[in-house]
Design a protein around this ligand. Structure first.
Ligand code: NI
Length: 136
């Protein structure tokens, strides 16, 4: 039986969206409040989806306690209460948009989870704006 399980998590982080190649005016025009020079915070909500075959011995697809621990150690501990621009090597030369952050989280979790499971990530930057990877 093929099925999906989900785990939700949450972290807070600060960022600034800015393209160094552009004028301050163009940056303000394109990124709006997210270009605010002294950074600003978001309450990110994360949804991790795993899909695969149920293990007949346990009746589980995957132990959600184990998934929770992986997310805590690899994602929450890495991003929570961080400045994405200043604290994360991955965003040294890349805009910390929800798109890139979602892809980075997928890459981190993909390395932790057996290839027999499909993995998909949704990341909310605000209650109304979210991104998913892989694209559906
Ligand atoms: Ni922002």
């Amino acid at each position: 039986m093929r099925i999906s399980v989900f785990r939700r998590a949450h972290f807070n982080a600060a960022h600034r969206l800015h393209n160094k190649q552009w004028s301050d005016e163009k940056n303000r025009e394109v990124f709006g409040l997210c270009n605010s020079p002294n950074f600003h915070g978001h309450n990110y909500d994360l949804e991790v989806k795993m899909t695969g075959e149920v293990d007949p011995e346990t009746g589980y697809l995957f132990d959600l306690g184990v998934l929770a621990k992986i997310i805590k150690e690899k994602v929450e501990n890495k991003f929570d209460h961080k400045n994405l621009n200043l604290d994360l090597e991955e965003f040294k030369d890349k805009n910390p948009t929800t798109e890139y952050l979602c892809h980075l989280i997928w890459t981190i979790l993909r390395a932790e989870i057996d290839d027999k499971y499909d993995l998909a990530i949704k990341l909310w930057e605000t209650p109304r704006n979210y991104v998913e990877y892989p694209a559906s």
